[in-house]
Design a protein around this ligand. Structure first.
Ligand code: NAD
Length: 270
C-alpha cells in the first residue's frame, strides 16, 4: 500500500481524531507524511494517534486546538513546526452538522424534518455552526498559508466542504450555508495563493459512514433519505474521502487549484 506520495512532507489535520479527518491522517501516513492531528479532547487525540501509528512507521503527533480560536490554531501550527520543522499540506476537516452535534455522541437524526428549521433557530446556534465550519476553516487555511509563504516552498491545502454546499438539506440551512462558504473560500483564496505556489482545493463528500451520520444510519427514515439521494445506493467510506484528499494534497493534482471535488456516489450537485 505504501508508495510515498507524501514522503518527506508534514501534514496538519484538523478534526483528525475521528471520521474523515482520521481516515485522511491514516492515508497520508501510509504515503510517508509526518502527521499532526488536532481536535477537541486529549484522550480522543491520543487514541487516534495510536491508531495512525499502527501499520505505519511514521511520525505522528497530536495537539488539542479549537478551530474557533485563532490563537489555538496558531499554537497548533507552531507546535507542528517545532516538532517537524515545516508544514507542507493541511487538511481542514473539523466540523459539526448542527450547533448541538458532539462527535461520536449524537449523530444527526433525519434532516428534512421540522426540527432545526431556520425559522426556529437561535442566532447563537447559527453563529456556532458558521464559526466552526466556515471561520474555523478560514483561520486554519490562512495561518497555514502564512507559514508556507514564509517557508517559500509552496504547499497544498484541502478543505472539507460537503455536497450540502450544492444540495439543499431542509433542517440544516446553517450547515448548507457554511459548506457553500467553504467551497467559495476555497475558490477565492486559491487565486490569492497562486503566486505563492500554494494550491487550495476542497472536497464535498456525500453521505459518509462516520459518527456524523450515525444517527441517520441508525434510523430507518434517515437511511432511506440518505440512500434515496445517492444514486450509487450506498454511503461512502471515510477511506474513499481520504483517497480524494490524498490526490489533492500530492503532486498528482499539480494543475488543480480552487476546485471542489464531489465524491458523493453520483448525488446531484449541479
Ligand atoms: N459524514 C458525512 O456524511 C459528511 C458529509 C459531508 C461533509 N462532512 C464533513 O466532513 C468533516 C468531518 O466530519 P465527519 O463526518 O468525519 O464527522 P466526525 O464527527 O467524525 O468528525 C468531525 C471532527 O471535528 C471535530 N470538531 C468539531 N468541532 C471542532 C472544533 N471547534 N475544533 C476542533 N475540532 C472540532 C470533532 O471533535 C470531530 O472529531 C466535517 O467538516 C463534516 O461537515 C461529513
Amino acid at each position: 500500500m505504501e508508495s510515498g506520495r507524501l514522503e518527506g512532507k508534514v501534514a496538519v489535520i484538523t478534526g483528525g481524531a475521528s471520521g474523515i479527518g482520521l481516515a485522511c491522517a491514516k492515508r497520508y501516513a501510509q504515503e510517508g507524511a509526518a502527521i499532526v492531528i488536532s481536535d477537541l479532547g486529549i484522550n480522543r487525540l491520543e487514541a487516534a494517534a495510536a491508531d495512525i501509528r499502527k501499520g505505519t512507521n511514521g511520525k505522528v503527533m497530536f495537539y488539542e486546538a479549537d478551530v474557533c480560536h485563532e490563537e489555538q490554531i496558531e499554537a497548533l501550527m507552531n507546535a507542528a513546526i517545532k516538532e517537524f520543522g515545516h508544514i507542507d499540506t493541511v487538511l481542514a476537516a473539523a466540523g459539526v452538522s448542527s450547533a448541538s452535534y458532539v462527535s461520536g455522541e449524537n449523530g444527526e437524526g433525519p434532516v428534512g424534518s421540522d426540527d432545526g428549521q431556520l425559522i426556529n433557530k437561535s442566532l447563537d446556534e447559527w453563529n456556532k455552526v458558521l464559526q466552526i465550519n466556515l471561520t474555523g476553516v478560514m483561520l486554519t487555511d490562512r495561518l497555514a498559508a502564512r507559514i508556507m509563504i514564509d517557508q517559500g516552498t509552496g504547499g497544498t491545502i484541502v478543505n472539507i466542504a460537503s455536497s450540502a454546499a450544492r444540495v439543499a438539506l431542509p433542517g440544516a440551512v446553517d450547515y448548507c450555508v457554511s459548506k457553500a462558504g467553504v467551497a467559495m473560500l476555497t475558490h477565492a483564496f486559491s487565486v490569492e495563493m497562486i503566486e505563492h505556489n500554494i494550491r487550495v482545493n476542497a472536497i464535498g463528500p456525500g453521505f459518509i459512514e462516520t459518527p456524523m451520520t450515525q444517527g441517520m444510519q441508525d434510523d430507518a427514515d434517515g437511511t432511506e433519505m440518505m440512500l434515496g439521494m445517492t444514486p450509487m445506493g450506498r454511503l461512502g467510506k471515510p477511506l474513499e474521502m481520504a483517497n480524494t484528499a490524498l490526490y489533492l494534497a500530492c503532486d498528482e493534482s499539480s494543475y488543480t487549484t480552487g476546485a471542489t471535488l464531489y465524491p458523493s456516489g453520483g448525488m446531484h450537485v449541479s
